[in-house]
Write a protein that binds this ligand. Structure first.
Ligand SMILES: Cc1cc2nc3c(=O)[nH]c(=O)nc-3n(C[C@H](O)[C@H](O)[C@H](O)COP(=O)(O)O)c2cc1C
Length: 299
């Protein structure tokens, strides 16, 4: 039976759009009606970014301040399924993604509707997902699925390549040494596998067991080290954001935050991870397993 699907997302480079097209291919092929809305903020975010504009969005991302979106019209008042695409900015939902979930036209259609979330992140998406989960709960949406695509290269490698991509707009190999930034093309293409899983459950109108099947297909992989770094960093980002918004010389403090970030990632994180690996991780395997299960799931 033909089902009505709403897909709503924001993307700067088009990466999340490509991911979503790959995901929804099997839904369209099966004859479902897929209405896609690529939202645009009234005040566009620069792409490529300058160093200043990139760090300037940090406080609003972390504090969840939405922005105004250009007007859009939903064709239906109710949908069988809604796919929400989001990306992480500073361990938080990007400002446009946050604005989608706070939008007065979107909130009513989310209520009581099955929702699948999907992201194309660098590699730190857990805290942003937790915030999205909370927002979906507040709108009384039924969060039935979560799909996570990331750059699978080492953390420091993807940190360098994403900054190169974001600050130049070029998605090629930096210095011909580093790999291509972002989610691998093969992973974007493979997203159609998750789309087929989704199509099966959409057809039945029952999503019991879908997230477990998606996890088996590696639609979400939680990496311990990244989960660990993120859990510490999200609290510190919150402190920075709250501190910076109250300062008159915001730009100067954002520069300080930039240096903090570089030191935290390249110096502090490896030390803390080593200490954790020796003194804590070996004794916490059950707790770590539970945490991984929780972040892989939707309940
Ligand atoms: C300002 C900014 C902050 C970002 N912070 C994160 C982050 O905390 N974690 C992460 O995994 N990716 C982060 N990214 C990468 C994005 O999640 C995303 O992968 C990238 O911007 C490409 O998305 P697009 O489809 O909008 O072009 C950030 C990107 C931007 C522009």
């Amino acid at each position: 039976m033909n089902k009505k699907v709403l897909v709503i997302y924001f993307s700067q480079s088009g990466q999340l759009g490509d991911i979503i097209n790959s995901l929804t291919g099997p839904l369209t092929a099966a004859g479902h009606t897929v209405e896609t809305i690529h939202v645009q903020p009234v005040q566009a975010y620069p792409f490529p970014w300058s160093g200043k504009s990139f760090f300037a969005v940090m406080p609003d991302c972390v504090l969840g301040v939405p922005t105004e979106l250009q007007p859009f019209q939903l064709k239906e008042t109710a949908y069988d399924l809604i796919v929400v695409g989001y990306q992480a900015w500073f361990l938080s939902p990007s400002i446009p993604s946050n604005s989608i979930l706070n939008h007065p036209s979107v909130k009513p259609v989310l209520k009581n509707t099955p929702v699948v979330t999907i992201t194309g992140a660098r590699n730190m998406w857990i805290s942003a997902m937790e915030r999205i989960r909370k927002m979906l709960k507040e709108t009384e949406a039924r969060h039935v699925g979560n799909i996570v695509l990331v750059d699978k290269h080492a953390n420091f490698v993807s940190f360098v390549t994403i900054l190169y991509w974001m600050f130049t707009g070029k998605r090629d190999r930096y210095l011909n040494i580093f790999p291509k930034p972002g989610v691998a093309d093969a992973d974007i293409d493979n997203c159609k596998v998750f789309g087929s899983v989704l199509e099966n459950y959409l057809d039945k109108g029952n999503y019991d067991g879908m997230q477990e099947e998606l996890v088996e297909q590696k639609a979400v992989v939680v990496k311990y080290n990244l989960m660990f770094i993120e859990s510490k960093a999200k609290r510190i980002f919150g402190l920075w954001a709250n501190f910076i918004v109250k300062r008159k010389k915001r730009t100067a403090w954002l520069v300080a935050f930039k240096y903090y970030l570089i030191i935290a990632l390249f110096i502090a994180a490896p030390i803390i991870l080593t200490v954790d690996a020796i003194f804590f991780k070996p004794f916490l395997s059950r707790r770590i397993k539970r945490q991984k299960q929780y972040y892989s799931g939707v309940n």
